[in-house]
Ligand binder design. Structure first.
Ligand code: GLN
Length: 196
């Protein structure tokens, strides 16, 4: 199937996600009929077979999702969603921050900024269940964790503070930033899970 990957382009690491998905599409043998493009409106979303919600500032992205009338269309979206960092916060059913209006698409509780100030950013080689080719070099930037994962989720990775990578059907949610660097294994895995 042609992949039409939309990257939610309201705030955050938009261009990095576009580049990473373009590379992942190339590496999985897609031709020029597959595309990656920015999503800012319900009409843009209607053209997508899958959506990426990038990292950034989740309170801002949440406000802009509501302002652009995207909350319900994203909730009703049929394809998979690849959500990283702030994107993961938005996918949750529960977030203990009244400024966030979560999408409620993955049955989980997410704690924002879970690694605290002194350790706001770090990088580690993270083993991920089911990912071939060795640990993933994961960059955490003021990262959230999943403090409660519903029974339907597949946990891919966990650190002492909590769960940092899950799959839920066609969706994937990650605390870290797989779009930084050249390793597209997680993007490729997401494409496969969506038959793209
Ligand atoms: N701490 C940010 C938030 O909750 C997320 C950080 C990120 O996406 N890099 O919005």
């Amino acid at each position: 199937m042609d992949a039409k990957i939309g990257v939610l382009a309201l705030q955050g690491n938009v261009s990095e996600h576009i580049d990473a998905f373009l590379l992942a599409l190339e590496r999985t043998g897609h031709d020029a009929t597959s595309e990656v493009f920015e999503v800012r409106s319900p009409a843009d979303l209607a053209d997508c077979t899958a959506l990426s919600i990038p990292g950034g500032e989740s309170t801002t992205i949440s406000r802009l999702i509501d302002k652009n009338d995207l909350h319900e269309p994203i909730r009703q979206f049929n394809g998979g969603i690849f959500a990283t960092c702030a994107g993961m916060v938005l996918m949750a059913t529960e977030v203990a921050d009244p400024r966030i209006h979560p999408l409620g698409l993955i049955d989980m509780t997410v704690d924002r900024n879970a690694f605290g100030r002194q350790c706001e950013s770090f990088e580690i080689d993270l083993p991920l269940n089911g990912l071939d080719g060795g640990p993933f070099h994961a960059v955490f930037i003021r990262a959230p964790v999943i403090s409660r994962a519903g029974p339907s989720l597949t946990v891919m990775a966990r650190l002492q503070k909590g769960i940092v990578a899950v799959e839920h059907g066609k969706h994937m949610a990650l605390s870290f930033h797989p779009e930084l660097g050249n390793d597209t294994r997680l993007h490729e895995r997401f494409l496969r899970a969506n038959s793209l």
